[in-house]
Design a protein around this ligand. Structure first.
Ligand SMILES: [Zn+2]
Length: 456
Protein backbone atom coordinates (compact mmCIF):
# COMPACT_ATOMS: atom_id res chain seq x y z
CA UNK A 1 0.00 0.00 0.00
CA UNK A 2 2.91 2.29 0.61
CA UNK A 3 3.77 3.03 -2.99
CA UNK A 4 0.84 2.04 -5.13
CA UNK A 5 1.86 4.29 -8.01
CA UNK A 6 5.02 2.35 -8.55
CA UNK A 7 3.02 -0.84 -8.75
CA UNK A 8 0.73 0.62 -11.33
CA UNK A 9 3.50 1.92 -13.47
CA UNK A 10 5.27 -1.39 -13.29
CA UNK A 11 2.24 -3.32 -14.40
CA UNK A 12 1.54 -1.00 -17.28
CA UNK A 13 5.14 -1.30 -18.31
CA UNK A 14 4.89 -5.04 -18.17
CA UNK A 15 1.87 -4.99 -20.44
CA UNK A 16 3.75 -2.87 -22.94
CA UNK A 17 6.75 -5.16 -22.90
CA UNK A 18 4.52 -8.14 -23.45
CA UNK A 19 3.43 -6.62 -26.73
CA UNK A 20 7.05 -6.19 -27.75
CA UNK A 21 8.08 -9.79 -27.05
CA UNK A 22 5.56 -11.92 -28.89
CA UNK A 23 7.03 -15.25 -27.80
CA UNK A 24 6.04 -14.58 -24.27
CA UNK A 25 3.14 -12.36 -25.17
CA UNK A 26 0.95 -14.79 -27.01
CA UNK A 27 1.40 -17.59 -24.60
CA UNK A 28 -0.25 -17.53 -21.27
CA UNK A 29 2.05 -20.21 -20.10
CA UNK A 30 1.96 -21.73 -16.69
CA UNK A 31 4.95 -20.88 -14.61
CA UNK A 32 6.69 -23.32 -12.34
CA UNK A 33 9.09 -22.26 -9.64
CA UNK A 34 9.86 -24.22 -6.50
CA UNK A 35 10.55 -21.18 -4.34
CA UNK A 36 7.39 -19.32 -5.33
CA UNK A 37 5.26 -22.43 -4.98
CA UNK A 38 6.60 -23.02 -1.48
CA UNK A 39 5.91 -19.43 -0.47
CA UNK A 40 2.35 -19.63 -1.80
CA UNK A 41 1.70 -23.02 -0.18
CA UNK A 42 2.95 -21.87 3.19
CA UNK A 43 0.11 -19.37 3.43
CA UNK A 44 -2.43 -21.20 1.31
CA UNK A 45 -2.55 -24.67 2.82
CA UNK A 46 -4.05 -23.73 6.21
CA UNK A 47 -6.71 -21.70 4.40
CA UNK A 48 -7.52 -24.50 1.97
CA UNK A 49 -7.86 -26.85 4.91
CA UNK A 50 -10.09 -24.38 6.74
CA UNK A 51 -12.20 -24.24 3.57
CA UNK A 52 -12.82 -27.98 3.86
CA UNK A 53 -10.46 -28.83 1.01
CA UNK A 54 -7.52 -31.21 1.05
CA UNK A 55 -4.53 -29.04 0.12
CA UNK A 56 -2.89 -32.00 -1.65
CA UNK A 57 -5.88 -32.26 -3.98
CA UNK A 58 -5.87 -28.59 -4.91
CA UNK A 59 -3.70 -27.52 -7.82
CA UNK A 60 -2.53 -23.93 -7.66
CA UNK A 61 -1.57 -22.60 -11.06
CA UNK A 62 0.56 -19.58 -11.72
CA UNK A 63 -0.32 -18.03 -15.06
CA UNK A 64 2.19 -15.83 -16.80
CA UNK A 65 -0.02 -12.85 -17.50
CA UNK A 66 0.44 -9.26 -16.34
CA UNK A 67 -3.27 -8.64 -15.91
CA UNK A 68 -4.92 -8.88 -12.55
CA UNK A 69 -6.90 -12.07 -12.32
CA UNK A 70 -7.65 -15.18 -10.33
CA UNK A 71 -9.99 -18.04 -11.03
CA UNK A 72 -11.20 -21.37 -9.73
CA UNK A 73 -12.25 -24.15 -11.99
CA UNK A 74 -13.01 -27.80 -12.33
CA UNK A 75 -10.76 -30.48 -10.93
CA UNK A 76 -9.97 -28.43 -7.82
CA UNK A 77 -7.75 -26.03 -9.69
CA UNK A 78 -7.26 -22.43 -8.86
CA UNK A 79 -5.12 -20.03 -10.78
CA UNK A 80 -3.48 -16.69 -10.20
CA UNK A 81 -2.08 -14.37 -12.80
CA UNK A 82 1.40 -13.11 -12.06
CA UNK A 83 -0.15 -9.64 -12.37
CA UNK A 84 -2.32 -10.29 -9.33
CA UNK A 85 0.61 -11.48 -7.24
CA UNK A 86 2.62 -8.42 -8.21
CA UNK A 87 -0.29 -6.14 -7.28
CA UNK A 88 -1.12 -7.69 -3.93
CA UNK A 89 0.47 -5.37 -1.38
CA UNK A 90 0.60 -7.94 1.38
CA UNK A 91 0.37 -11.71 1.83
CA UNK A 92 -2.90 -11.04 3.62
CA UNK A 93 -4.44 -9.47 0.49
CA UNK A 94 -3.28 -12.37 -1.65
CA UNK A 95 -4.59 -14.92 0.85
CA UNK A 96 -7.92 -13.11 0.96
CA UNK A 97 -8.36 -13.60 -2.78
CA UNK A 98 -7.18 -17.18 -2.44
CA UNK A 99 -9.76 -17.82 0.28
CA UNK A 100 -12.45 -16.41 -2.02
CA UNK A 101 -11.44 -18.77 -4.82
CA UNK A 102 -11.29 -21.64 -2.32
CA UNK A 103 -14.87 -20.68 -1.44
CA UNK A 104 -15.89 -21.28 -5.05
CA UNK A 105 -14.11 -24.65 -5.06
CA UNK A 106 -15.53 -25.92 -1.80
CA UNK A 107 -19.05 -24.91 -2.82
CA UNK A 108 -18.59 -26.70 -6.13
CA UNK A 109 -19.63 -23.64 -8.13
CA UNK A 110 -19.67 -24.36 -11.80
CA UNK A 111 -18.77 -21.64 -14.19
CA UNK A 112 -20.43 -20.91 -17.46
CA UNK A 113 -18.50 -22.52 -20.26
CA UNK A 114 -15.92 -24.76 -18.77
CA UNK A 115 -12.70 -26.33 -19.88
CA UNK A 116 -14.21 -28.97 -22.10
CA UNK A 117 -16.48 -26.55 -23.89
CA UNK A 118 -13.68 -24.10 -24.40
CA UNK A 119 -11.97 -26.97 -26.22
CA UNK A 120 -8.63 -26.10 -24.72
CA UNK A 121 -5.99 -28.10 -23.00
CA UNK A 122 -5.69 -27.44 -19.31
CA UNK A 123 -2.00 -28.14 -19.06
CA UNK A 124 -0.65 -26.86 -22.29
CA UNK A 125 2.62 -26.08 -20.83
CA UNK A 126 4.34 -25.68 -17.58
CA UNK A 127 7.80 -24.28 -17.42
CA UNK A 128 10.27 -22.96 -14.97
CA UNK A 129 10.93 -19.27 -14.84
CA UNK A 130 14.39 -19.88 -16.17
CA UNK A 131 13.13 -21.80 -19.16
CA UNK A 132 10.76 -18.96 -19.82
CA UNK A 133 13.62 -16.47 -19.73
CA UNK A 134 15.69 -18.61 -22.05
CA UNK A 135 12.85 -18.86 -24.53
CA UNK A 136 12.72 -15.11 -24.96
CA UNK A 137 16.07 -15.41 -26.73
CA UNK A 138 15.26 -18.54 -28.71
CA UNK A 139 12.18 -17.96 -30.82
CA UNK A 140 12.16 -21.37 -32.50
CA UNK A 141 12.31 -23.31 -29.28
CA UNK A 142 9.65 -21.01 -27.89
CA UNK A 143 7.29 -21.60 -30.74
CA UNK A 144 7.72 -25.33 -30.47
CA UNK A 145 7.14 -25.48 -26.77
CA UNK A 146 4.43 -22.95 -26.33
CA UNK A 147 1.82 -23.91 -28.84
CA UNK A 148 -1.13 -21.61 -28.94
CA UNK A 149 -3.34 -20.85 -26.06
CA UNK A 150 -5.94 -18.39 -25.11
CA UNK A 151 -7.09 -20.92 -22.63
CA UNK A 152 -6.65 -18.80 -19.54
CA UNK A 153 -7.99 -15.81 -21.40
CA UNK A 154 -11.13 -17.83 -21.94
CA UNK A 155 -11.27 -18.68 -18.27
CA UNK A 156 -10.99 -15.06 -17.22
CA UNK A 157 -14.11 -14.23 -19.18
CA UNK A 158 -16.11 -16.76 -17.19
CA UNK A 159 -18.42 -15.46 -14.57
CA UNK A 160 -20.20 -16.68 -11.50
CA UNK A 161 -23.64 -15.61 -10.50
CA UNK A 162 -24.11 -12.83 -7.97
CA UNK A 163 -25.28 -15.25 -5.30
CA UNK A 164 -22.29 -17.50 -5.90
CA UNK A 165 -19.99 -14.51 -5.43
CA UNK A 166 -21.69 -13.64 -2.16
CA UNK A 167 -21.40 -17.25 -1.02
CA UNK A 168 -17.68 -17.33 -1.89
CA UNK A 169 -17.14 -14.10 0.08
CA UNK A 170 -18.84 -15.58 3.12
CA UNK A 171 -16.93 -18.85 2.80
CA UNK A 172 -13.70 -16.86 2.52
CA UNK A 173 -14.46 -14.91 5.70
CA UNK A 174 -15.26 -18.13 7.56
CA UNK A 175 -12.15 -19.94 6.34
CA UNK A 176 -9.80 -17.03 7.04
CA UNK A 177 -11.11 -16.77 10.59
CA UNK A 178 -10.81 -20.51 11.15
CA UNK A 179 -7.22 -20.39 9.90
CA UNK A 180 -6.45 -17.52 12.26
CA UNK A 181 -5.97 -15.07 9.39
CA UNK A 182 -7.49 -11.59 9.17
CA UNK A 183 -10.08 -10.93 6.50
CA UNK A 184 -8.89 -7.35 6.24
CA UNK A 185 -6.71 -7.98 3.18
CA UNK A 186 -9.59 -9.34 1.16
CA UNK A 187 -11.68 -6.24 1.81
CA UNK A 188 -8.71 -3.95 1.20
CA UNK A 189 -7.98 -5.64 -2.07
CA UNK A 190 -11.57 -5.30 -3.19
CA UNK A 191 -11.74 -1.67 -2.13
CA UNK A 192 -8.49 -0.66 -3.72
CA UNK A 193 -9.44 -2.10 -7.05
CA UNK A 194 -13.07 -1.19 -6.86
CA UNK A 195 -11.95 2.41 -7.01
CA UNK A 196 -9.36 1.85 -9.72
CA UNK A 197 -11.77 -0.18 -11.77
CA UNK A 198 -13.62 2.97 -12.74
CA UNK A 199 -10.57 4.23 -14.59
CA UNK A 200 -9.09 1.02 -15.77
CA UNK A 201 -8.79 -0.27 -19.25
CA UNK A 202 -10.66 -3.48 -19.85
CA UNK A 203 -7.63 -5.66 -20.09
CA UNK A 204 -6.02 -5.03 -16.77
CA UNK A 205 -8.91 -6.07 -14.58
CA UNK A 206 -10.44 -9.30 -15.77
CA UNK A 207 -10.88 -10.34 -12.14
CA UNK A 208 -13.40 -7.60 -11.61
CA UNK A 209 -15.25 -8.37 -14.78
CA UNK A 210 -15.81 -11.89 -13.49
CA UNK A 211 -16.23 -10.72 -9.89
CA UNK A 212 -18.38 -7.60 -10.08
CA UNK A 213 -18.10 -5.63 -6.88
CA UNK A 214 -21.03 -3.63 -5.66
CA UNK A 215 -20.46 -1.26 -2.77
CA UNK A 216 -23.10 -3.25 -0.86
CA UNK A 217 -21.10 -6.40 -1.34
CA UNK A 218 -17.90 -4.81 -0.06
CA UNK A 219 -19.65 -3.12 2.88
CA UNK A 220 -21.30 -6.37 3.90
CA UNK A 221 -18.02 -8.22 3.74
CA UNK A 222 -16.25 -5.51 5.71
CA UNK A 223 -18.83 -5.69 8.51
CA UNK A 224 -18.49 -9.44 8.61
CA UNK A 225 -14.67 -9.60 8.83
CA UNK A 226 -14.47 -6.69 11.29
CA UNK A 227 -16.56 -8.68 13.69
CA UNK A 228 -14.19 -11.65 13.59
CA UNK A 229 -11.73 -12.44 16.36
CA UNK A 230 -8.67 -12.48 14.11
CA UNK A 231 -9.41 -9.19 12.32
CA UNK A 232 -6.40 -7.47 13.92
CA UNK A 233 -3.94 -10.25 13.21
CA UNK A 234 -1.22 -8.91 10.92
CA UNK A 235 1.18 -10.66 8.57
CA UNK A 236 4.35 -11.85 10.26
CA UNK A 237 7.65 -10.21 9.33
CA UNK A 238 8.70 -13.49 7.76
CA UNK A 239 5.54 -13.71 5.64
CA UNK A 240 5.98 -10.11 4.48
CA UNK A 241 9.58 -10.83 3.60
CA UNK A 242 8.70 -13.97 1.62
CA UNK A 243 6.01 -12.03 -0.21
CA UNK A 244 8.54 -9.39 -1.25
CA UNK A 245 10.98 -12.08 -2.36
CA UNK A 246 8.29 -13.73 -4.47
CA UNK A 247 7.36 -10.42 -6.10
CA UNK A 248 10.98 -9.46 -6.76
CA UNK A 249 11.72 -12.81 -8.35
CA UNK A 250 8.65 -12.75 -10.55
CA UNK A 251 9.21 -9.16 -11.57
CA UNK A 252 12.86 -9.69 -12.44
CA UNK A 253 12.21 -12.82 -14.47
CA UNK A 254 9.23 -11.44 -16.34
CA UNK A 255 10.40 -7.93 -17.15
CA UNK A 256 13.24 -6.44 -19.14
CA UNK A 257 16.33 -5.88 -16.95
CA UNK A 258 16.13 -2.09 -17.31
CA UNK A 259 12.72 -2.06 -15.64
CA UNK A 260 13.92 -4.29 -12.86
CA UNK A 261 16.74 -1.86 -12.17
CA UNK A 262 14.24 1.00 -12.02
CA UNK A 263 12.08 -0.83 -9.55
CA UNK A 264 15.02 -2.18 -7.54
CA UNK A 265 17.73 0.51 -7.84
CA UNK A 266 21.24 -0.09 -6.53
CA UNK A 267 20.46 2.14 -3.56
CA UNK A 268 18.05 -0.53 -2.32
CA UNK A 269 20.22 -3.01 -0.44
CA UNK A 270 17.41 -5.27 0.77
CA UNK A 271 17.73 -8.97 0.07
CA UNK A 272 14.89 -8.96 -2.43
CA UNK A 273 16.33 -6.00 -4.35
CA UNK A 274 19.75 -7.64 -4.59
CA UNK A 275 18.08 -10.87 -5.65
CA UNK A 276 16.11 -9.04 -8.35
CA UNK A 277 19.22 -7.28 -9.64
CA UNK A 278 21.14 -10.57 -9.82
CA UNK A 279 18.32 -12.00 -11.93
CA UNK A 280 18.29 -8.86 -14.07
CA UNK A 281 22.02 -9.22 -14.73
CA UNK A 282 21.43 -12.80 -15.81
CA UNK A 283 18.53 -11.75 -18.02
CA UNK A 284 20.84 -9.14 -19.59
CA UNK A 285 23.34 -11.95 -20.28
CA UNK A 286 25.90 -10.37 -17.96
CA UNK A 287 26.85 -13.79 -16.67
CA UNK A 288 29.89 -12.84 -14.61
CA UNK A 289 28.08 -9.91 -13.05
CA UNK A 290 25.14 -12.15 -12.17
CA UNK A 291 27.45 -14.76 -10.65
CA UNK A 292 29.23 -12.17 -8.53
CA UNK A 293 25.94 -10.89 -7.19
CA UNK A 294 24.65 -14.39 -6.46
CA UNK A 295 27.90 -15.36 -4.74
CA UNK A 296 27.61 -12.30 -2.52
CA UNK A 297 24.10 -13.38 -1.52
CA UNK A 298 25.28 -16.96 -1.00
CA UNK A 299 27.99 -15.77 1.34
CA UNK A 300 25.25 -14.49 3.63
CA UNK A 301 22.81 -17.33 2.96
CA UNK A 302 24.89 -20.42 2.18
CA UNK A 303 21.97 -22.80 2.78
CA UNK A 304 19.41 -21.13 0.54
CA UNK A 305 18.54 -23.77 -2.08
CA UNK A 306 17.08 -21.19 -4.46
CA UNK A 307 20.26 -19.14 -4.64
CA UNK A 308 22.10 -22.35 -5.55
CA UNK A 309 19.41 -23.10 -8.10
CA UNK A 310 19.79 -19.64 -9.62
CA UNK A 311 23.56 -19.98 -9.69
CA UNK A 312 23.24 -23.32 -11.45
CA UNK A 313 20.82 -21.85 -13.92
CA UNK A 314 23.06 -18.89 -14.74
CA UNK A 315 26.04 -21.20 -15.28
CA UNK A 316 23.95 -23.56 -17.37
CA UNK A 317 22.59 -20.81 -19.58
CA UNK A 318 26.09 -19.41 -19.80
CA UNK A 319 27.14 -22.67 -21.47
CA UNK A 320 28.96 -24.03 -18.41
CA UNK A 321 27.02 -27.18 -17.48
CA UNK A 322 29.96 -28.83 -15.66
CA UNK A 323 30.06 -25.87 -13.27
CA UNK A 324 26.27 -25.73 -13.06
CA UNK A 325 26.10 -29.31 -11.83
CA UNK A 326 27.59 -28.83 -8.33
CA UNK A 327 25.38 -25.77 -7.77
CA UNK A 328 22.25 -27.70 -8.72
CA UNK A 329 23.45 -30.65 -6.67
CA UNK A 330 23.72 -28.41 -3.63
CA UNK A 331 20.12 -27.20 -4.16
CA UNK A 332 18.97 -30.83 -4.30
CA UNK A 333 20.85 -31.67 -1.10
CA UNK A 334 19.17 -28.77 0.64
CA UNK A 335 15.70 -29.63 -0.67
CA UNK A 336 15.67 -33.31 -1.64
CA UNK A 337 11.90 -33.56 -2.18
CA UNK A 338 11.69 -30.82 -4.79
CA UNK A 339 11.19 -32.49 -8.16
CA UNK A 340 12.04 -29.43 -10.22
CA UNK A 341 15.45 -29.02 -8.60
CA UNK A 342 16.34 -32.58 -9.60
CA UNK A 343 15.30 -31.86 -13.15
CA UNK A 344 17.81 -29.00 -13.21
CA UNK A 345 20.51 -31.34 -11.96
CA UNK A 346 19.69 -33.96 -14.56
CA UNK A 347 19.72 -31.33 -17.29
CA UNK A 348 23.18 -30.15 -16.25
CA UNK A 349 24.47 -33.74 -16.35
CA UNK A 350 22.95 -34.47 -19.76
CA UNK A 351 24.38 -31.28 -21.23
CA UNK A 352 27.91 -32.45 -20.43
CA UNK A 353 27.45 -35.09 -23.13
CA UNK A 354 29.26 -37.83 -21.25
CA UNK A 355 27.64 -41.14 -22.30
CA UNK A 356 28.87 -42.80 -19.10
CA UNK A 357 26.72 -40.44 -17.03
CA UNK A 358 23.40 -40.76 -18.84
CA UNK A 359 22.16 -43.40 -16.39
CA UNK A 360 22.79 -41.05 -13.52
CA UNK A 361 20.78 -38.30 -15.21
CA UNK A 362 17.96 -40.69 -16.02
CA UNK A 363 17.81 -41.85 -12.43
CA UNK A 364 17.56 -38.23 -11.21
CA UNK A 365 14.69 -37.69 -13.63
CA UNK A 366 12.90 -40.80 -12.38
CA UNK A 367 13.34 -39.58 -8.82
CA UNK A 368 12.01 -36.15 -9.72
CA UNK A 369 8.91 -37.79 -11.14
CA UNK A 370 8.29 -39.68 -7.91
CA UNK A 371 7.88 -36.31 -6.22
CA UNK A 372 5.92 -34.82 -9.04
CA UNK A 373 4.30 -37.03 -11.63
CA UNK A 374 3.22 -34.62 -14.32
CA UNK A 375 6.26 -32.66 -15.31
CA UNK A 376 6.39 -32.39 -19.13
CA UNK A 377 9.90 -31.00 -19.13
CA UNK A 378 11.23 -33.96 -17.13
CA UNK A 379 9.77 -36.34 -19.71
CA UNK A 380 11.31 -34.37 -22.57
CA UNK A 381 14.74 -34.60 -20.96
CA UNK A 382 14.21 -38.27 -20.24
CA UNK A 383 13.34 -38.95 -23.88
CA UNK A 384 16.50 -37.14 -24.88
CA UNK A 385 18.68 -39.06 -22.41
CA UNK A 386 17.24 -42.48 -23.29
CA UNK A 387 17.51 -41.64 -26.98
CA UNK A 388 21.18 -40.72 -26.65
CA UNK A 389 21.79 -43.88 -24.65
CA UNK A 390 20.27 -45.90 -27.50
CA UNK A 391 17.30 -47.13 -25.51
CA UNK A 392 14.64 -46.51 -28.10
CA UNK A 393 11.76 -48.16 -26.26
CA UNK A 394 12.18 -46.06 -23.12
CA UNK A 395 12.82 -42.95 -25.21
CA UNK A 396 9.52 -43.44 -27.01
CA UNK A 397 7.74 -44.12 -23.76
CA UNK A 398 9.09 -40.90 -22.23
CA UNK A 399 7.94 -39.06 -25.36
CA UNK A 400 4.49 -40.59 -24.97
CA UNK A 401 4.44 -39.50 -21.32
CA UNK A 402 5.40 -35.99 -22.39
CA UNK A 403 2.53 -35.75 -24.86
CA UNK A 404 0.17 -37.36 -22.37
CA UNK A 405 1.13 -34.87 -19.66
CA UNK A 406 0.25 -31.92 -21.86
CA UNK A 407 -2.86 -33.67 -23.12
CA UNK A 408 -1.75 -34.12 -26.70
CA UNK A 409 -3.65 -37.36 -26.89
CA UNK A 410 -3.12 -38.31 -30.52
CA UNK A 411 0.62 -37.87 -30.30
CA UNK A 412 0.67 -39.66 -26.96
CA UNK A 413 -1.12 -42.63 -28.45
CA UNK A 414 1.06 -42.76 -31.54
CA UNK A 415 4.32 -42.67 -29.59
CA UNK A 416 3.04 -45.13 -26.98
CA UNK A 417 2.33 -47.63 -29.76
CA UNK A 418 5.89 -47.20 -31.01
CA UNK A 419 7.16 -47.63 -27.46
CA UNK A 420 5.17 -50.79 -26.85
CA UNK A 421 6.67 -52.42 -29.94
CA UNK A 422 10.16 -51.77 -28.60
CA UNK A 423 9.64 -52.67 -24.94
CA UNK A 424 9.74 -56.11 -23.34
CA UNK A 425 6.27 -57.49 -22.63
CA UNK A 426 5.55 -57.91 -18.94
CA UNK A 427 7.80 -55.05 -17.79
CA UNK A 428 6.42 -52.03 -15.97
CA UNK A 429 7.35 -49.81 -18.92
CA UNK A 430 5.49 -52.03 -21.34
CA UNK A 431 2.39 -51.94 -19.13
CA UNK A 432 2.65 -48.17 -18.90
CA UNK A 433 2.76 -47.90 -22.69
CA UNK A 434 -0.38 -50.03 -22.90
CA UNK A 435 -2.03 -47.86 -20.23
CA UNK A 436 -1.35 -44.74 -22.24
CA UNK A 437 -2.71 -46.34 -25.42
CA UNK A 438 -5.88 -47.26 -23.59
CA UNK A 439 -6.17 -43.98 -21.71
CA UNK A 440 -5.93 -41.98 -24.91
CA UNK A 441 -9.09 -43.65 -26.10
CA UNK A 442 -7.68 -45.77 -28.88
CA UNK A 443 -10.15 -48.05 -30.59
CA UNK A 444 -9.14 -51.56 -31.56
CA UNK A 445 -9.01 -50.39 -35.16
CA UNK A 446 -6.79 -47.46 -34.27
CA UNK A 447 -4.40 -49.78 -32.54
CA UNK A 448 -4.28 -52.26 -35.40
CA UNK A 449 -3.77 -49.45 -37.88
CA UNK A 450 -0.93 -47.99 -35.83
CA UNK A 451 0.63 -51.41 -35.39
CA UNK A 452 0.61 -51.93 -39.13
CA UNK A 453 2.04 -48.51 -39.90
CA UNK A 454 4.96 -48.91 -37.55
CA UNK A 455 5.96 -52.23 -39.06
CA UNK A 456 6.44 -50.61 -42.43
ZN1 LIG B 1 -15.55 -15.08 -7.26
Amino acid sequence: MSQPRRGWLAAITAATLWAATPIVAQAQSLIRDTEIEMIIREGADPILEASGLDPDDVTILLVNDPTLNAFATQGQRMGFHTGLILEADTPNQFLGVLAHEAGHLSAGHTIRGDIERAGMQPFLLTMGLGVLAALAGAPDAGAALIGSSNYFGTLSALTYSRSQEAAADQAAATALEAAGVSGQGLVEFFEEFRYQELFSDERRFPFFRSHPLSSDRIAGLRRRVQGQAHYDVVDTEEALFQHRVMQAKLYAFLNAPAYTLLRYPATDTSYEARYARAIAAYRASNIDDALNQIDALLEEHPDNPFLWELKGQVLFEGGRPAEAEPAHRRSVELLPDAGLLRVNLAQAIIAQENPARLDEAISELHRSLTYERDNPFAYLLMAQAYGTAGNDGEARLAQAEYHFSIREMEEAQRTAVFARARLTPGTASYRRAVDIILATGASLEDIEELDRSQQN
